[in-house]
Design a protein around this ligand. Structure first.
Ligand code: SAM
Length: 275
């Protein structure tokens, strides 16, 4: 077979101990001009060197940041700059521009296929994106499908700022209406052909507003993190129960696995028709 390519970091970093060499990161994420990398414990004392090594491998990169974790209701990243400077950048994906500050906002590579899937909707649709973030789903949808209208609701002021800016950057101001606030107060009623609920944690608590927004026959895309064993049951049960509470019926169309969230837990999206 083909030889396995050796880690490019190995030739840039000198005098690695066998432990350090074994722990070298094999992957990283490029968001615009910022490179995000996770650094294992054994390499922490040498992280500045590692950062410079990565910068030298990616001449178009301006900053290398170490990612630690995602925290809180707003899902803010905890990071450290280890080389270069500046964390605001414009990331391009599928002809869509996403301006963001990687120090304050997360961008999940794992949601790539879902962003692409959400880029195809009907021209006549009225869409409500209840957890819009910086426009993760709203922007690809607006750019590629140009539906009649998308109400993009976002509670975090920093994300909302980038959402508004990204709407202008992508020239979809005629389509996307950014709304700052809590979707439990801002979601319109009885107007939507499609509702996006791209938030994970306690998404089911927001279902009453998602369902109320939909016209009869409208579609909901409901995200949830769920243990593998009940992955194909629980989300649908939540949707059915929330619909029934409003005297409506839900038809679950499909469940799609987006990514592994934690051991034994999947991030899934369920498409359902609300009658
Ligand atoms: N789909 C995203 C991706 O591709 O990386 C991840 C989910 S997105 C970050 C979820 C967004 O919902 C966050 O920006 C968060 O601030 C927002 N949010 C949380 N609670 C909210 C609420 N009650 N109303 C409106 N937005 C909310």
């Amino acid at each position: 077979g083909k030889p396995i390519p050796s880690n490019p970091l190995k030739s840039v970093l000198k005098d690695l101990t066998p432990e350090e060499e074994a722990a070298l990161p094999r992957g990283w994420q490029l968001i615009g001009e910022v490179l995000l990398v996770h650094i294992p414990e054994v390499l922490r004392p040498r992280r500045a060197e590692l950062g410079e090594a990565l910068l030298s491998l990616y001449p178009r990169c301006k900053t290398v940041v170490e990612t630690k974790r995602i925290a809180g209701e707003y899902r803010e990243p905890i990071i450290d700059i280890i080389a270069g400077n500046g964390t605001e950048t414009i990331h391009k994906e599928n002809y869509v521009l996403f301006k963001l500050d990687v120090a304050r906002i997360m961008y999940s590579q794992g949601n790539f296929y879902e962003r692409r899937r959400m880029s195809t909707v009907g021209k006549d649709e009225y869409v409500v994106d209840m957890f819009a973030g910086i426009g993760y789903f709203t922007l690809p949808m607006a750019v590629h499908s140009r539906p009649k209208r998308i109400d993009a609701i976002e509670i975090n002021p920093v994300s909302f700022g980038y959402l508004s800016e990204n709407v202008r950057l992508n020239k979809v101001d005629g389509i996307v209406h950014p709304v700052h606030g809590d979707c439990r107060e801002k979601t319109p009623e009885g107007v939507a052909d499609r509702v996006l609920m791209g938030y994970v944690g306690t998404t089911h608590e927001y279902l009453p507003w998602g369902i109320k927004a939909l016209k009869p026959g409208g579609i909901i895309h409901y995200h949830e993190t769920v243990p593998e064993k009940i992955m194909y049951e629980r989300p649908g049960q939540y949707i059915t129960a929330a619909a029934a509470a409003q005297g409506r019926r839900a038809e679950v169309l499909q469940t799609i696995k987006i990514k592994k969230y934690s051991p034994g837990v999947w991030h899934v999206v369920v498409d359902a028709k609300i009658l």
